[in-house]
Design a protein around this ligand. Sequence first.
Ligand SMILES: Nc1ncnc2c1ncn2[C@@H]1O[C@H](COP(=O)(O)OP(=O)(O)O)[C@@H](O)[C@H]1O
Ligand SMILES: [Mg+2]
Length: 236
Amino acid sequence: MSGGLAIDALSVVFGRFRALDDLSLAVDAGEVRAVIGPNGAGKTTLLDVISGITRPKSGRVMLGDLDLTQCAEAEIAKAGVRRKFQKPSVFPMLSVRENLEIGCGADLPAAARPARVTALLGDVGLSARADVTAGRLSHGEKQWLEIGMVLASEPRVILLDEPVAGLSDAETARTAALIQALRRPDRAILVIEHDMAFVEAVADRVTVLHDGRTLYEGGMAGARADARVIEVFLGR
Ligand SMILES: Nc1ncnc2c1ncn2[C@@H]1O[C@H](COP(=O)(O)OP(=O)(O)O)[C@@H](O)[C@H]1O
Ligand SMILES: [Mg+2]
């Protein structure tokens, strides 16, 4: 588990509603984990807790020795946890290159920035679009740019919320290849997605969430064969 993310007995309550119910989940370093489940299962809430936006009623989120539930959002980011929100949030008036420069953050010395940005442009397949204003990119290109911005700080934990929503099949395949390339022995990747073909292509294991609890954890083939998973999610 070294370097991974350990979610331990997490409960989140909104009024009388339990969005997460005693949820435990370990995403190992080197792993790509998909979290799937019906709408309202608690997937986005889980990312909100990990990134410090929502405070749990109980439980912990450990990154090494650090309990993220005790940290402010900025500290969590500084610890190397980066998130891509469902809706692309690039700076539309700035160029692709300028967006990636911002993603590098203030900790990277200015002299090191051009080389990092050039590498990132290649990683996300946007080298030919470097000087285009981000607002002019296609929806898919914006998603890739935002993945590049997340990557720019060389995070230990990457959280992706529905990265292929609204993408064509070709764009989805390209995003799957991109996420595979983000895998590193010292990096944990957690991706929420509804697209099963995509999940199958990128994830080592899947966690099926239902009513804030784990319904299934394991390989995608096992999820497809699991009667409870079929009933609450895949069967519909
Ligand atoms: N800030 C909030 N206040 C009240 N209820 C919320 C809040 N955020 C999420 N919920 C509820 O918690 C449940 C889980 O939501 P969410 O984590 O967004 O689900 P998912 O991403 O799996 O679709 C939903 O029923 C949602 O309405
Ligand atoms: Mg959601």
